[in-house]
Design a protein. Structure first.
Length: 150
């Protein structure tokens, strides 16, 4: 996916088994952020940055939805532990991640594996991608500030 592309209509199922669609956010801007794993240090810092700045994001017209490969149960625990005020999509089969181009081969300590590239898409009121934060650009502890400075 690139800037100017229409985001997919079907986004997935959240922590409560509820289907999430792009049309649910019609007329609103959407922060659709992809992260590797619940309850890891970077992912927790990013989620808490968004949580702590949710009022400012909403004042700018943004709704927030997170996506990872974790299960609904894992997402429920992550949300409860950190009081996250937004849904998390359980993309356990990586369908949305593949569609958005954020699933691929990663490498750590010489070991190769498949995983999620931390990426954030800012989607406008019409469902069109207006900005993409690529993995190297995202600073997890201040990610909300990065979005708000756009």
């Amino acid at each position: 996916m690139n800037v100017g592309d229409k985001a997919p209509e079907y986004l997935g199922v959240d922590q409560n088994g509820k289907e999430i669609k792009l049309s649910d956010y019609a007329g609103k801007k959407l922060v659709l952020y992809f992260y590797p794993k619940d309850n890891t240090s970077g992912c927790t810092a990013e989620a808490c940055s968004l949580r702590d700045n949710i009022d400012a994001l909403r004042a700018r017209g943004y709704q927030v939805v997170g996506v990872s490969s974790d299960s609904e149960a894992s997402h429920q625990r992550f949300i409860e532990k950190h009081s996250l005020p937004f849904p998390l999509i359980a993309d356990t089969e990586h369908k949305l991640q593949e569609q958005m181009g954020v699933w691929g081969e990663k490498s750590m300590y010489g070991r190769k594996y498949m995983g999620t590239f931390r990426t954030t898409f800012l989607i406008d009121e019409n469902g069109v991608i207006e900005h993409i934060f690529l993995p190297k650009a995202i600073k997890t502890k201040i990610h909300a500030d990065q979005i708000l400075s756009m």
